[in-house]
Ligand binder design. Structure first.
Ligand code: SDX
Length: 428
């Protein structure tokens, strides 16, 4: 196979090296394009054909529906690992020994207290504030209370910053939910596992003993693993480009949370439930919503369907769909929304518009049904996505820092006015 690409422009030929990854992906390295051709660049809206970096963290094959974290298949990790193991794997590159995992968890627990003054920032938000906006603000605010977190050139400070955010983020997630519910803001319990602690912080009532429910623990553990990383998606690319200016980790994560909030990205899990609720309220008329999704004059999209990369089933959706049946069954929850979702999926998979465009259910299509059965409010669904994606964002940010990647600064094609003279206002 050739090791170079040849571009012919206006009669001149330019050679660019082909680079290959460990999974035989091939890319054209165009880093000398502009200098070799006297200023010619590329245009690729949405970066559909453009690789931003080389990475060793996550591999996915959209055509084959393959997803692996550091070489381990998502199916095996969802089945056999727990979330904290996957956090360690994504960030440090290998599955931890028991000793490494215990030390990692100890370091996280030691840094899980959030400065009480952060509550004053939380108090400034109206109860109607969307939790993603609150979470993004509180995450950025952590910088003010942890000034060494901006030392992006010190591996020791970077490690301390990583364990701080892994300890404090679940507290911020719980506080964000409890604030809206008018419940006291407290801390977890360091005697518990990572996911058990998250559930206790979120759901403990001040006047009752909190009793763990293994079904909820296992369901959340699996959901967090399935959301943990997904190579250069919109929010991860945001975290990387903000971090590429040497901004601190918390500021970079805050930007990633804001990107994830969008309904085309992580916000889709909330939008899916709202769509399914609307269909239920419309006598389950899925055909009406399918028609809206195909109508070019209607901005409505079938939320939870389609994907920039997966042109086959999203492997996570397959696992979550199976888990939805199991969790609702174990919890004894009868949710007509699940039946509507399955009916909609069946219709879409048989509809030529969706088949032609390879639109399959994605990670967001079924996840909200499980969150709802767990008693998590719809507005908190994307916050749960962020909690899962946190280790992926951290791992990608750390990889970008350790590889000393350059500041991200894309080019553009100017299509505006050419030079014109200023006219005083009385002559316009
Ligand atoms: C996530 O990138 C990641 O990895 C993201 C993620 C992660 O883990 O980080 O996997 C998480 O964000 C999953 C996606 C969640 N979003 C949704 O479910 C929102 C609904 N889906 C879309 O809006 C859409 O499918 C995207 C945004 C996910 C992907 O959009 P693309 O790749 O830019 O595709 P496109 O908009 O160019 O669509 C191609 C065609 C268009 O029709 P034509 O112009 O060719 O006629 O497909 C149509 C689109 O109109 N289309 C849809 C559709 N999604 C695409 N039509 C109806 N309903 C949809 N959901």
């Amino acid at each position: 196979m050739s090791d170079k690409a040849i571009l012919e422009i206006n009669g001149s030929k330019h050679e660019f090296p082909l680079v290959r990854g460990t999974e035989n992906e091939t890319a054209i390295n165009i880093k000398t394009l502009r200098s070799d051709t006297g200023g010619i660049t590329t245009i690729d809206p949405g970066y559909k054909n453009t690789g931003a970096c080389e990475s060793s963290i996550t591999f996915l094959d959209g055509e084959k529906g393959i997803l692996r974290y550091r070489g381990y298949s998502i199916e095996e990790l969802a089945e056999k690992a727990d979330f904290l193991e996957v956090v360690y794997l994504l960030i440090f590159g290998n599955l931890p020994t028991q000793e490494q995992l215990d030390k990692f968890h100890t370091d996280i627990k030691a840094k899980s207290i959030v400065d009480d003054d952060v509550k004053k920032i939380l108090d400034a938000f109206p109860k109607t504030a969307h939790p993603m906006g609150v979470l993004s603000s509180l995450t950025s605010a952590l910088t003010a209370f942890n000034p060494t977190s901006v030392n992006v050139d010190s591996e020791e400070d970077m490690y301390n910053t990583v364990v701080k955010i892994l300890g404090k983020f679940p507290v911020l997630v719980a506080w964000t939910m409890r604030k809206k519910q008018g419940l006291p803001l407290d801390y977890g319990d360091n005697s518990l596992g990572y996911v058990e602690n998250v559930l206790k912080m979120m759901f403990r009532k001040p006047n009752e003993e909190y009793v763990q429910n293994e079904i909820l623990v296992n369901a959340l553990d699996k959901l967090l693993i399935l959301h943990a990383d997904h190579e250069q998606n919109c929010s991860t690319s945001t975290v990387r480009i903000v971090g590429s200016s040497h901004a601190g980790l918390f500021a970079s994560l805050s930007a990633g949370i804001s990107a994830l909030w969008g309904p085309l990205h992580g916000g889709a899990n909330q939008a899916v439930l709202e769509m399914l609720e609307a269909i239920k309220a419309d006598d389950g008329d899925t055909k009406k919503y399918m028609a809206k999704a195909k109508d070019k004059n209607d901005s409505f999209r079938l939320m939870g369907f389609g994907h920039r990369v997966y042109k086959n089933f999203d492997p996570r959706a397959r696992i979550i769909k199976k888990a939805a049946d199991e969790v609702l069954g174990d919890l004894g929850v009868e949710d007509p929304i699940l039946d509507i979702a399955k009916g909609l999926e069946k219709e879409a998979l048989e509809d030529q518009y969706f088949v032609d465009r390879k639109l399959y259910p994605n990670v967001d299509f079924y996840s909200g049904i499980i969150y709802r059965a767990m008693g998590i409010p719809t507005e908190m669904f994307t916050v749960m996505f962020a909690l899962g994606r946190l280790p992926g964002w951290i791992a990608q940010w750390r990889e970008m820092r350790l590889r000393k990647e350059p500041i991200g600064r894309p080019r553009q094609m100017y299509i505006g006015e050419t030079l014109r003279e200023f006219k005083s206002i009385n002559k316009r």
